[in-house]
Design a protein around this ligand. Structure first.
Ligand code: NDP
Ligand code: MG
Length: 400
């Protein structure tokens, strides 16, 4: 089955049915002369995946199991498409590493994105990294693999994309060598920034997912509400920019207009600003070092009017302290932090635990499991499995 694509860059979108995936396809559709969706993956929203295939006519699609694949393949054939449907993690790795692919948007949520993202890195692709959990879990191995394969790693997370834009192009020489004093990682503070503390145990998944500035998937929305998202981003920034945790300061900035800042030794502080719309970092990373229209409206400073900043409150946001603890411990600690958080957030979204118990579960996992060196992918995956087991025991012990 041939698929005649010529000029445009061919893009694989891992997690095409999600929030980042859809924003990516929106940007791709604005520039048909530059970009072409080569492969799309979905997991549970397969009717949406089918609609995306009909619209973007990719060469490949990837779904989790053989039954879904047969069903989707049948529908696409009936519609006259030549799209080949692949199955499971192997299918995801295949579309990530396919020789015809120019760039891979890594936008699967959570640990499930690790191996396909690594497959794209190992194949030396331009990797647009939204799936921060993959880097948090396997940072050292991931970055070694980037260097070995000459992959071009571009951050999609708005803060890291902002930092990347504010750093000089040769920042990989070392932050001190390029005159950086510290990185200021901004956070909105999420929907519970000002909620009276005694009401935090009773917040619902719907309240946690109602982010004041960004529209995102449910898992990252809960992470934003607990500020674990900022904790994961702290670890992500350490790997991307070769920074120590102490070089990164978290600043609450409720308007989400400044997406992060870099503080230089001469007192200059560079910031990247923009409307809170992920199509800006997506377009930046797709076109880098060029610039393209993203569909995002121009920032109107007069309507923004003011920019506020405050220090994060560790009592309100214990997840941020736990993430910093894991960042400092290194080795298997970030993978365990991430796994415990994934179990806890899923239990919260299922209404099995209270919002404030997310931090209790992670605390227990970090304090019960020894931190060990993780020099292979297997060791990372084992740390992930052990942390999930300890988090699961917490749920059983508390009758959830
Ligand atoms: P969504 O929940 O909206 O989308 C997640 C995507 O991953 C969907 O395509 C989903 O498929 C797929 N998926 C879920 N579970 C699996 C699995 N087990 N195996 C394979 N695919 C799976 O999340 P977001 O788009 O919001 O976030 C994606 C990633 O980007 C996350 O890592 C997040 O931290 C990061 N990010 C997101 C931002 C945002 O603004 N949304 C900002 C910065 C980073 P399906 O929907 O079909 O089930
Ligand atoms: Mg972010």
């Amino acid at each position: 089955m041939g698929c005649a694509l010529t000029q445009p860059q061919r893009i694989t979108v891992l997690g095409a049915t999600g929030s980042i995936g859809l924003s990516t396809l929106d940007v791709i559709a604005r520039h048909p002369e530059r970009y072409q969706a080569f492969a799309l993956s979905g997991f549970s929203r397969l009717t949406e995946l089918e609609a995306l295939c009909l619209r973007h006519r990719p060469c490949f699609a990837a779904v989790p199991d053989a039954d879904s694949a047969r069903h989707l393949q049948g529908s696409l054939l009936a519609a006259g498409l030549e799209t080949r449907v692949l199955v499971g993690e192997q299918g995801l790795c295949e579309i990530a590493a396919h020789p015809d692919v120019d760039a891979v948007m890594a936008a699967i949520v959570g640990a499930a994105g690790l191996q396909p993202t690594l497959a794209a890195v190992e194949a030396g692709k331009r990797v647009l990294l939204a799936n921060k959990e993959a880097l948090v879990m396997s940072g050292a191995l991931f970055m070694q693999s980037v260097r070995r394969s000459n992959a071009v790693l571009l951050p999609i997370d708005s803060e890291h994309n902002a930092i990347f834009q504010c750093l000089p192009t040769d920042y990989s020489r070392g932050l001190a060598d390029v005159g950086v004093r510290r990185i200021l990682l901004t956070a909105s503070g999420g929907p519970f920034r000002e909620l009276p503390l005694e009401r935090l145990p009773d917040v619902s998944p719907e309240q946690a997912c109602a982010h004041p500035n960004w529209s995102m998937g449910r898992k990252i929305s809960v992470d934003s509400a607990s500020m674990m998202n900022k904790g994961l981003e702290l670890i992500e920034a350490c790997w991307l920019f070769d920074a120590r945790p102490a070089q990164i300061e978290v600043v609450i900035h409720p308007q989400s207009v400044i997406h992060s800042l870099v503080d230089y030794v001469d007192g200059s502080v560079l910031a990247q600003l923009g409307n809170p719309d992920m199509r800006t970092p997506i377009s930046h990373a797709l076109a880098w070092p060029e610039r393209i229209d993203s569909g995002v409206s121009a920032l109107d400073l007069f309507s923004v009017a003011r920019l506020d900043f405050q220090a994060p409150d560790e009592q309100r946001f214990p997840c941020l302290r736990l993430a910093r603890q894991a960042a400092e411990a290194g080795a298997s600690a970030p993978a365990m932090l991430n796994a415990a958080n994934e179990v806890a957030v899923a239990a919260f979204l299922d209404r099995r635990i209270r919002f404030t118990e997310i931090a209790s579960i992670i605390d227990e996992v970090l304090n019960r499991e020894a931190v060990i060196a993780v020099e292979t992918l297997d060791a990372v995956l084992q740390a992930d499995v052990r942390a999930r087991a300890v988090a699961g025991q917490w749920l059983v012990r508390h009758g959830r």
